[in-house]
Structures are given as C-alpha cells and as structure tokens.
Ligand binder design. Structure first.
Ligand SMILES: [Zn+2]
Length: 254
C-alpha cells in the first residue's frame, strides 16, 4: 500500500492498515471562497489536501477526503462563496469522527487550511471530548505552529509579512503555483490591501474582507514563486510533524 488516501483505498486495505497499527487519521478542512481575481475559489481546499498528504507521509496516517466547504462568512459579497455555520461544520466533523472510531481510529488530526474555521473547530473539539472520550483529538493552530517558519522563508527572499499576506497574497499564490499552476491567473495578480497585517486581521474578522479590499487580496501576490511555494508546504508539514510528536509525548498517547 503506497497511498494513504481513504478515497483511493479499499475497505480491506484500510482494515489491514489499522490492524498494522496505522490508527491515526488526518481530516483536512478547506473552503470555497474568493481568493482574489488570480486564484481559484478552492485554494484553501487544495492547500489542505496537499498539507494533509505531506504530513501523512511523515507519520504515518490515513487521510480522509478534504471537506471542501468551511466557515467563510467573512468573504460575503464575493461571487462563488459557499459557507457553513460553525455548528454545521462542527457536526460534520463529529459525525465523521464517530464513524472513524467505529473502524478502529484512535487519534484524529483535524488540519485546517482556512483560518475562519476556528469557531467550528472549538465546538467540534468540545463535543468530541464528550461523545468520544477515547478518541485522541489534535486540532493544531496553523499560525501558532507554522507562522514563524513561513515568515522566515519569506524574509529570506526579502518579502515582508504584508507582501506574503493574510489572504491570496504571495504565500498562498506561491503554494498554488507549486500545486496547480494551471489554475493561477498571474496576469490578474495585483497588490491588494498591504497595510499592517495585524490590524487587517482584526478588520477582516470584525467587518469582513470587503471592508479592506474590493479585489479580495490581502498581501501582494506579484512576487509569488512555485519553488518557494513548495518550500512553504514542506516547512509547514515539518512543523506539524514536530508539534504532533510533542503533543503525543505531552499527552502520553504514544
Ligand atoms: Zn486561503
């Protein structure tokens, strides 16, 4: 078996993997929301799947199909948006986890590539503790775990945070150029909101993306580069692996 993707495995493959001790599943969470005029709506879904695949190779773990719709109401007012209430997404996560526990999963990693899913993740975590106390659940915070490594890679290339960006900037555009270059419209790429990123995040949460930018870009995608995109992805997978191993040790769940 050289794939870890549930959707590509048969049930005997999965039963065999679980019997052999692969009892960790990664559930990736994406989004379907605007990413400026140059990136597809499925950008976060694509990034979530890529990060989950890279992390799974390092653990090992099985990878559930990415949930392609998240909580993205901060992008209301842009065409193409699909979004769930936090309660709905939390319920989907809990429902999936119930079935995983039924076929022997002992540890669940919920890996989000979209920051807006935070409230749903908190709800899901609390509920899973109640209904599946035997399932060890790890829900890492992307910025807390990977932020510094990603900022360092950008800084090495002379790119400040407000270029790398919070949304559809150099960071995400580089990753998409690495993963799906045919989906990136670089001729449409242009700087969006490039003010202070901490202030931008506060406005994004309080008032939505439209309060900052009509094009939907927070950052500057023009300097994006596919090779740096791959470095970002690899660095995040390494950060998640290190944090996972630390979490396992701390929670004595080895
Ligand atoms: Zn995104």
């Amino acid at each position: 078996m050289n794939t870890q993707q549930l959707t590509e495995l048969t049930w005997p493959d999965v039963a065999q993997a679980v019997a052999a001790g692969v009892t960790t599943v990664i559930l990736p969470l994406g989004a379907t929301e605007q990413h400026g005029p140059h990136l597809p709506l499925g950008t976060d879904t694509c990034r979530a799947a890529a990060l989950a695949g890279r992390l799974a190779e390092r653990l090992p773990a099985l990878v559930a199909p990415v949930i392609p719709i998240g909580c993205s109401s901060e992008h209301r007012g842009f065409a193409g948006l699909l979004s769930l209430e936090a309660e709905t997404l939390a319920a989907v996560i809990v429902d999936c986890a119930q079935h995983m526990a039924g076929w022997g999963v002992q540890r669940l990693i919920v890996l989000t590539a979209h920051g807006g899913n935070g409230q749903a993740l908190a709800l899901a975590e609390a509920r899973l503790h109640q209904v599946l106390p035997a399932l060890a659940v790890w829900i890492p915070s992307p910025m807390a775990i990977c932020g510094e490594a990603v900022l360092t890679i950008a800084a090495e290339a002379g790119l400040p945070f407000n270029t790398m960006g919070l949304h559809a900037g150099e960071w995400e555009t580089s990753e998409l150029l690495s993963l799906h270059p045919e989906q990136v419209r670089m001729e449409q790429a242009a700087p969006g909101h490039t003010g202070d990123m901490d202030a931008a995040l506060a406005t994004l949460i309080a008032k939505g993306t439209r309060a900052l930018t009509a094009a939907g870009v927070i950052g500057d995608p023009c300097a994006a580069d596919a090779r740096r995109g791959e470095r970002y992805l690899a660095a995040q997978a390494a950060c998640y692996e290190a944090a996972w191993r630390q979490w396992l040790t701390q929670s004595s769940r080895t």
